[in-house]
Design a protein around this ligand. Structure first.
Ligand code: CA
Length: 241
């Protein structure tokens, strides 16, 4: 098996840069402050006038675009931007601009929110579109972080940081995926039995424990934690949290 290369994300080191295009000063101040609290580096433009100059001069990770701008139609900006760049766009719009909102998807917006904007939701959407764009860039859409390793759900592989592919049985892989999907929450032995059992008949709890110890042996002891009285949980890498 050939080692595969992948770049580790270091998003915890540098803040993701967001350009907010919004003419309403109250709204743009609100977004600037709340997104800063969410850990983003935020720039604001009050109109579409200097939009392309600004985008080209700075290395933004995503754009938050108000559709109702005084000088330019947000839809036109989105279409022009998409024609020259893959920079993720989250459209923010008033509810009454619903048709525009649908049109914005045709021109390549990645997501949308209606006003009033809930900052935590906008932050979550931004992280999602940035993550998707980064994964698409890397050509690693099906790769997930699994502790220090990578999990490739499509290829059914777990890959170490040095590119080595771990030798897992189907049951061991199914267990790993079930724990991964719970994103650090506890998975009960019952749930593991459901996730792992094949045509050979249901697994019992003792068999689950043995399976977990085999996966621990292969992928490293620190990856799976026992949750007393419940089951098991995956321990997430710091870069994931
Ligand atoms: Ca507006």
């Amino acid at each position: 098996m050939l080692p595969r290369e992948f770049g580790m994300r270091t998003s915890s080191v540098s803040k993701e840069r967001i350009l907010v295009v919004e003419d309403d000063i109250w709204q743009s101040n609100f977004l600037r402050q709340t997104l800063a609290v969410e850990g983003f580096d935020v720039s604001v433009l009050p109109s579409g006038e200097e939009f392309f100059q600004t985008v080209e001069a700075h290395d933004f990770d995503a754009v938050v675009l108000d559709l109702g701008l005084p000088d330019e139609d947000g839809i036109v900006l989105a279409r022009k931007l998409r024609a020259r760049s893959k920079l993720p766009i989250v459209v923010v719009t008033a509810r009454e601009e619903l048709e525009d909102k649908l049109a914005s998807f045709d021109v390549g917006a990645d997501d949308y929110l209606t006003k009033p904007v809930e900052p935590k939701e906008l932050a979550a959407r931004l992280r999602a579109v940035i993550r998707r764009a980064t994964e698409a860039d890397d050509g690693q859409g099906s790769l997930h972080q699994l502790g220090e390793h990578k999990l490739d759900i499509e290829r059914r592989e777990v890959i170490a940081t040095d590119g080595t592919v771990f030798d897992l049985t189907p049951a061991e892989f199914a267990l790993t995926v079930a724990l991964h999907h719970a994103q650090g929450k506890a998975v009960t032995r019952d749930e593991i039995v459901d996730a792992v059992s094949s045509g050979d008949g249901p697994l019992n709890f003792r068999a689950v424990d043995i399976l977990v110890s085999r996966v621990r042996k292969k992928l490293g002891k620190g990856l799976i934690e026992t949750v007393t009285g419940t089951g098991y949980r995956i321990v997430r890498a710091e870069t994931e949290i």
